[in-house]
Design a protein around this ligand. Structure first.
Ligand SMILES: [Zn+2]
Length: 258
């Protein structure tokens, strides 16, 4: 089943696993630099017959190389976090030439990106002419990271912030991550224009989400969120939690799991 491809710019591609192949329907991103491309996440399905991720990415890279020839062009396969719906397709990249697949344990993430004093300090992943900031983001999941692409002004927030249910597994770490992202956003100023996470679960009715497992979402909201949404998430972290363990806001729902 083909992935849905949206070109956000000639060098920034959004991929979505179709709902019909897996209800989680995660978004993935492929960013091209002069020396290497960066794939963020590998989807919820391992089987290339059901999700031809490797074939899709190879085709997109071949397209890119037609106008940017480079016989040594590299691919880095990284993850927003280690949950199954974001790493299932990793195996499709095994043995691919000039390719690094980043491990999913915290120590592996720290080592690959050269992060110091986890989770305090960001690192930079150079793609050649394009630099990606890698910001530690534990709270939803221990090895979560957030990526900032200076070229498109996009903060790729994974499952930490998106229009849906923000599952908080570690309250202290999650709060510190939101504070870290707010500080990063404030330092970036107008260079940071949009947030893109990995799922859409909210309907077009404010505060109303689709039930878990929904396959058909004709009324879903767009994926992109404004930078100010981080302030709303921060405020919601201090709000009263309802009896079902949730804090409901128009564009997201905090969902406490502890
Ligand atoms: Zn997810």
């Amino acid at each position: 089943m083909p992935l849905e491809i949206t070109r956000l710019s000639p060098s920034t591609i959004q991929l979505r696993q179709p709902k019909a192949s897996h209800w989680e329907a995660p978004f993935l991103f492929l960013l091209f630099g002069t020396d290497r491309a960066l794939l963020l996440d590998t989807g919820a399905t391992a089987d290339p017959e059901r999700l031809p991720l490797r074939e899709t990415v190879d085709g997109l890279i071949a397209d890119w190389l037609r106008t940017h020839p480079n016989s040594e062009y590299e691919l880095v396969v990284a993850h927003t976090h280690a949950h199954g719906d974001h790493i299932a397709g990793d195996g499709q990249f095994a043995g691919r030439p000039h390719t690094s697949v980043v491990g999913t344990r915290v120590e592996e993430v720290i080592a690959f990106f050269g992060l110091s004093d986890w989770p305090e300090h960001p690192a930079v992943l150079p793609l050649g002419d394009r630099n990606i900031d890698v910001i530690p983001g534990p709270g939803h999941e221990p090895s979560a990271v957030v990526f900032f692409d200076r070229e498109s002004g996009t903060l790729f927030t994974g499952d930490t912030v998106y229009p849906g249910r923000l599952y908080i597994r570690d309250r202290v770490a999650f709060r510190a991550t939101i504070d870290r992202l707010i500080a990063f956003r404030d330092a970036a100023g107008p260079d940071l224009t949009v947030l893109r996470g990995c799922h859409v679960e909210m309907t077009s009715t404010p505060g109303v989400d689709y039930p878990v497992g929904t396959v058909d979402q004709p009324d879903e909201v767009p994926l992109d969120l404004p930078p100010e949404i981080l302030d709303d998430v921060r405020l919601a972290l201090d709000a009263a939690i309802d009896p079902s363990g949730k804090v409901v806001r128009d564009r997201f729902i905090l969902s406490y799991e502890d």
